[in-house]
Design a binder for this molecule. Structure first.
Ligand SMILES: Nc1ncnc2c1ncn2[C@@H]1O[C@H](COP(=O)(O)OP(=O)(O)OP(=O)(O)O)[C@@H](O)[C@H]1O
Length: 668
């Protein structure tokens, strides 16, 4: 990717600006707490649709609105994009058999490609999906990607939709083969990155793009940052109004080039836990999620849009294996896949109108596993989704035949339920650069808080029903409630903070800040613009100082809150010994959250200090260059007075020769 860019005029956060705008070397940045621009969109809701006929012997399903690119399919298409927003339709579901475990003479399964159907000969059960690929080794990942994923990647790139692609299936069935691929046959990750960068290349005249990524794995129910495995602290999931959920403290490097992105992913892949199992010599023992966050600035109509593409390679379901460690991993894997299956089942019932809202049965247990919690935004309507289900067609006389048949049935049932889910996806809002969005952001934050409160009530309702449950289950449920309450408390704090910022003058300050900064950095280097630049710089200092004051006051507010929580904690421990243990854990979680918030804010302040220092240095440099070039009478290498000598030493300090610098701002 070329480094030549016109100045960025966006309301990106200061922390982002300092890594991108200042063209520092590629950094692994941990994002600070949400800034104004980060607070964008709460997850949107699912819609109900009329009941679809449940499984009989033959399932004929509507295709997803992403369009079926295969020829010959006669199935109707579900409603597609109506005037761009929202998207109402089904999840794209595709089936891909592993060619190595297929014996056509003995397999109970047969595939009808023209109708995208897979049938079991022994019991005449038949399933239809958006795509059912043939079990051929010659079928490339590119062909599968083109039919099952590229419509979603295109919507992600061109229309600002979030996209989620995940591979699900039994161990050894071909998930990693499809997602990761090989040098000869690149997988979905590489193919979507190719699409992203060719889009950037094509649109570089009219649009500016910035990309950041996160790459994590869920191993034994713990989230591991694949781009920074040195940290021993467990990463936590939080609700987030922009992306639905977010991981606190995960590294999120800004991407400078395709090569850098691919090498980061390679690094992450190498950090992933893999081991040999009974079915796969290099089995993934974790679920991995790669998120590519794209910020697009349309220079023609001065709008900005954010969208996220999530690529997930799930671990495979499996039966008990001989190794103790593999068994332990396997039980975590199976538990989280069961949670995913339950979520999919409930969403499918809800979409079919078969669950009753009043009984509380439509409560979707996203919090039962880290996997479902992370996929929650996607499955609850903030993302277009494509699921690739990989299967073993097997053969009746193979050693693993029974396991293959039952796992393939499980996978197909999962796929069939997923196909029943109707999602109503809003594309991410385009925001005008320079327009005040605070009021809308506040509304969205309020909605998220309200949704959380409903979830808390729902969870409480369920706990009060559970009179026959044993103590450990009740405790676990209570912990879940405490967790949501803690998250809710933090979002409420954030809302208060944002509301305080919503004073018109303060909002303008935030907007102007980035414009000023851009003017400052994007200014030419003649004398008059240098003066403008100096004036801007002074203005900028004032504003940053104002924000620092705001941050300090917020830190003070949080510290106060912390004190109150400490006091309440002490009081509760005195007065309520019966629930002391649980109360302790809950309070600890709240305290830890608040301490993290303070830490983040302090980091933000540090970032700002850093930006001020960099700007001071830049200004000094510009002054030097201006004075050197604008003095036409001066001989280029003659040093006559003390100021010139000082200038020379300053040039040395900056390690430059006295040539006019080329001013360019890169956003990645
Ligand atoms: N469509 C395919 N064409 C050719 N080879 C395949 C295909 N699918 C899978 N394989 C091969 O099968 C083996 C297992 O595949 P892979 O590792 O992708 O399985 P997996 O589903 O990711 O398993 P796990 O859940 O254990 O990680 C690999 O050797 C892979 O190369």
């Amino acid at each position: 990717m070329s480094q030549q860019r016109t100045p960025l005029r966006s309301r990106s956060s200061l922390a982002n600006f300092s890594t991108a705008g200042m063209s520092t070397p590629s950094q692994q940045t941990t994002k600070p707490r949400a800034t104004l621009t980060e607070l964008r969109r709460p997850p949107s809701s699912r819609t109900m649709r009329p009941a679809s006929p449940r499984m009989t012997t033959t399932r004929s399903r509507p295709s997803s609105a992403m369009g079926n690119l295969s020829s010959g399919s006669s199935r109707p298409t579900t409603p597609s994009f109506v005037k761009q927003v929202p998207y109402t339709g089904t999840i794209t579901v595709s089936i891909r058999p592993n060619p190595h475990s297929f014996n056509p003479a003995h397999s109970p399964w047969e595939i009808e490609q023209y109708s995208n159907t897979i049938n079991n000969r022994s019991d005449s059960v038949s399933y239809s999906f958006d795509n059912v690929f043939p079990p051929e080794s010659a079928l490339t990942n590119r062909e599968v990607y083109y039919k099952s994923c590229s419509p979603i990647v295109n919507k992600f790139l061109n229309e600002g939709f979030n996209g989620t692609i995940f591979a699900y299936g039994m161990t050894g069935s071909g998930k990693t083969f499809s997602m990761k691929g090989s040098d000869q046959d690149p997988g979905f990750v590489k193919l979507s990155i190719d699409d992203i960068f060719s889009k950037i290349e094509n649109d570089r005249g009219n649009k500016q793009f910035s990309i950041s990524i996160t790459y994590l794995e869920i191993y034994n129910e713990k989230i591991v940052d694949l781009l920074n495995t040195s940290s021993s602290t467990e990463l936590k999931i939080r609700d987030d109004p922009v992306y639905g959920t977010k991981i606190v403290g995960i590294t999120s490097p800004v991407i400078n080039s395709k090569e850098q992105l691919l090498s980061l992913i390679k690094k992450g892949d190498n950090n992933r836990k893999t081991s040999a199992t009974d079915f796969n010599a290099r089995s993934s023992r974790s679920h991995s999620i790669l998120q590519i966050k794209l910020n697009t600035i349309d220079l023609l109509n001065s709008t900005e849009q954010n969208s996220t593409l999530s690529l997930c390679d799930l671990a495979g379901s499996e039966r008990a294996t001989s190794s103790l460690e593999r068994r332990k991993e396997g039980s975590y894997i199976n538990k989280s896949l069961l949670a995913l299956s339950t979520v999919i089942n409930k969403l499918s019932l809800s979409s079919s109108g078969l669950s009753s809202p009043n009984t509380g049965n439509d409560h979707i247990p996203y919090r039962d596993s880290k996997l479902t919690r992370l996929l929650q935004p996607a499955l609850s309507g903030s993302s277009l989704v494509s699921i690739l289900c990989t299967i073993h067609l097997g053969s009746l006389n193979s050693a693993h035949s029974q396991q293959f048949i039952s796992e393939t049935y499980n996978t197909l049932r999962f796929a069939a339920r997923a196909k029943d889910i109707v999602i109503n996806v809003n594309k991410n809002q385009q925001s005008s650069i320079g327009g005040a969005e605070t009021a809308r952001l506040i509304e969205e934050l309020k909605k998220t808080i309200e949704n959380q409160k409903n979830e808390i009530s729902m969870l409480k309702l369920h706990s009060s029903d559970d009179t026959n449950m044993d103590n450990s289950v009740i405790l676990e449920k209570n912990m879940k409630i405490a967790q949501v309450v803690a998250e809710n408390q933090i979002l409420t704090e954030k809302l208060e903070h944002l509301t305080r910022l919503n004073d018109l003058q303060k909002t303008e300050t935030i907007i102007l800040r980035n414009d000023t900064l851009n003017d400052l950095l994007g200014a030419g280097i003649d004398n008059s613009s240098s003066q403008v630049m100096m004036a801007n710089l002074e203005e900028f200092y004032k504003r940053v100082n104002y924000e620092i004051d705001e941050c300090k006051s917020y830190i003070g507010h949080l510290e106060n809150q912390l004190k109150i929580t400490h006091q309440q904690n002490a009081f509760k421990n005195d007065s309520n010994n019966g629930v002391k243990e649980h109360s302790d854990k809950h309070m600890d979680a709240v305290l830890k959250d608040q301490e993290e918030e303070i830490l983040h804010l302090k980091e933000l302040l540090k970032d700002k200090d850093h930006v001020i220092k960099s700007l001071t240095k830049t200004t000094k440099l510009r002054k030097l260059i201006d004075s050197n070039y604008n003095d036409e009478n001066k001989q280029s290498n003659t040093i006559n007075d003390p100021n010139d000598k000082e200038n020379l030493s300053n040039f040395k300090e900056f390690n430059i020769n006295s040539k006019k610098p080329h001013v360019s701002l890169d956003i990645y």
